[in-house]
Design a protein around this ligand. Structure first.
Ligand code: G3P
Ligand code: CA
Length: 243
């Protein structure tokens, strides 16, 4: 099983699951990522009003379910009553907003996991859940928030952490002491990758939507690419290996 602290070359992570062909952040999308040959999955976590960790991108359920309002003000029962699949395609009607535990169960032993913290204050509960599943080596906890990353480092030094970035300057990542720097693909550069590698930090870039972006990132020597379509990303990787 691949581990975050010992990545073998470039890994392919399915963004919000295989979001190109299934409703994002659902068990269907994560199962598809597995069957399409992704090395791992990326997804986003929030907490319900009654304290359950669920996998959802937005703060509100409006875009990806048939409900509306902030997930943080809904109970788990309310969240689970929503249809998280029909908005994408009627074939996915009845798909639920998954619990973090369900996604970890699906991934355990098969997939690397990148848990993006979209909100602060849930760090300890996320760590507790990862520990419950004994998945620390295969889990990365990532965030745009320095505070969230520092909190995870403090609570769980055994879990790798990653800083997300929209500007591509790795100095913050270096000072924070993360294992992974995650610049958006639009700001990825040779300097950025080399600077991270000099400090022993892996680089994972997002969100790869085209084969050309995948190829360019792979040529720069990144350790991971986060793509909506893992098949496309895998094809680019194979072609670059055979060049
Ligand atoms: O993990 C990188 C990427 O997922 C961050 O952007 O908006 O898709 O969560 P977003
Ligand atoms: Ca994300």
């Amino acid at each position: 099983m691949v581990e975050w602290r010992n990545l073998p070359g470039t890994v392919v992570l399915a963004h919000r699951g295989a979001a190109h062909a299934a409703p994002e952040n659902t068990l269907a999308a994560f199962a598809l990522a597995l069957s399409e040959g992704a090395d791992g999955i990326e997804f986003d976590v929030h907490r319900t009003a009654d304290g359950h960790l669920v996998v959802l991108h937005d703060e509100v359920v409006d875009r990806t379910t048939n409900g509306f309002g902030p997930v943080s003000q809904m109970t788990l029962e309310q969240v689970r009553s929503l249809d998280a699949g029909s908005w994408f395609d009627p074939r996915f009607a009845g798909e639920k907003v998954p619990l973090l535990e369900e996604v970890l169960e699906l991934a355990r032993g098969h997939l690397l996991v990148d848990i993006e913290l979209k909100t602060s204050g849930i760090e300890a509960q996320v760590v507790e859940t990862v520990r419950k599943f004994r998945m620390a080596p295969s889990v990365l906890i990532s965030s745009f928030s320095r505070e969230a990353i520092s909190a995870v480092k403090e609570i769980a030094p055994e879990i790798a952490v990653g800083l997300l970035s929209l500007h591509g300057d790795p100095s913050e990542a270096l000072s924070l002491g993360v294992q992974v720097f995650l610049p958006s693909v639009g700001v990825l550069s040779k300097d950025c990758v080399e600077s991270c590698h000099r400090q022993g930090i892996s680089v994972v870039t997002w969100t790869i939507l085209t084969e050309q972006d995948a190829r360019e990132a792979i040529r720069l020597g990144v350790e991971g690419i986060i793509a909506d379509d893992p098949v496309m990303a895998r094809r680019a990787l194979e072609e670059e290996r055979n060049r």
